[in-house]
Design a protein around this ligand. Structure first.
Ligand SMILES: *[C@@H]1O[C@H](CO)[C@@H](O)[C@H](O)[C@H]1NC(C)=O
Ligand SMILES: *[C@@H]1O[C@H](CO)[C@@H](O)[C@H](O)[C@H]1NC(C)=O
Length: 261
């Protein structure tokens, strides 16, 4: 028993040392600028604060990434942090799913709703070509990219998706993409490794101009009316998650590239 405790203590100490080492360059950056921040260092610090603000929705609606953050968005998306942040969201989602599916055995159809872009599929290759969100959204070029149907999966989302299916969840995909993009969206999801979703819901002509919160809430209401019990909902936008009816738990994935109201 003592020996196990000692091992746990040693493992914790090692983890703390690793975390301190990882944080060290950042601390050095702040300290070397006297805590006030100047030049490149202050941009790095600002990016971290800006990202917290957009992820929490404190920033409210925004149209493009501030110029001083552009390089940091690229580094975040291409480096390990995006993958790591996404993997932690997936782990939290799975922990909830495992516990709720165990307690939800019964008449209901337990469902998990996924958004598509920046949730199941990553459009990072498109944003790498179009300035990482520094420029305003270009629907024409984005639709061209959608038609190519080669967006890769977010690895942690694909893993979660498969694990949820293993737990018996009905998987519903609810996207802001339009009905005319159904074929390319299905083709892309298959290309990325997704299989056996229960429904793929896209915007119909009657949904044009509706805010995402309204469109997605209406579809969640329709799903509940069909007998699905929406236990979990995953999306990179608050507009994927807010509005009634809401999932029992909602999971916000990171996205510092764009905002959808
Ligand atoms: C948007 O993308 C299209 C297609 O790639 C391009 O022709 C057009 O110039 C772009 N518009 C802007 C404002 O950049
Ligand atoms: C979608 O694919 C089906 C066959 O898989 C085809 O019949 C249909 O015309 C396609 N629709 C569009 C809009 O491309």
């Amino acid at each position: 028993m003592r020996c196990i405790l000692l091992q746990v203590v040693l493992a914790l100490a090692a983890a703390a040392a690793a975390a301190a080492a990882a944080a060290e360059p950042f601390l050095r950056t702040v300290v070397s600028s006297g805590g006030r921040g100047v030049g490149v260092d202050s941009d790095a610090l600002y990016f971290d604060s800006w990202r917290l603000s957009v992820e929490t929705a404190n920033a409210g609606p925004w149209s493009f990434v501030p110029a001083r953050c552009g390089e940091f968005v690229r580094a975040y998306m291409e480096g390990e942090r995006y993958a790591s942040d996404s993997a932690v969201v997936a782990a939290d989602s799975l922990a909830f799913a495992a516990q709720s599916s165990a307690s939800a055995k019964g008449a209901t159809k337990p469902a998990w709703v996924f958004d598509v872009d920046e949730t199941l599929l990553s459009n990072a290759p498109y944003y790498a070509e179009s300035g990482w969100g520094l420029e305003e959204f270009n629907e024409t070029s984005f639709d061209e990219w959608v038609n190519v149907a080669e967006a890769p999966a977010l690895p942690s989302s694909l893993k979660l998706y498969n694990e949820l299916q293993g737990l018996g969840f009905h998987i519903v995909l609810l996207t802001g993409r339009s009905e005319f993009q159904r074929n390319s969206t299905e083709e892309n999801l298959l290309f990325a490794g997704y299989r056996s979703w229960e429904k793929l819901i896209l915007r119909q002509s009657s949904d044009i101009g509706k805010p995402a919160v309204q469109y997605k809430s209406e579809r969640r209401a329709a799903l509940e009316a069909e007998g699905f019990k929406i236990l979990g909902n995953s999306g990179d936008q608050w507009s994927d998650l807010l509005g009634l009816p809401m999932a029992t738990r909602s999971f916000k994935l990171p996205n510092p590239m764009y905002f959808i109201s």
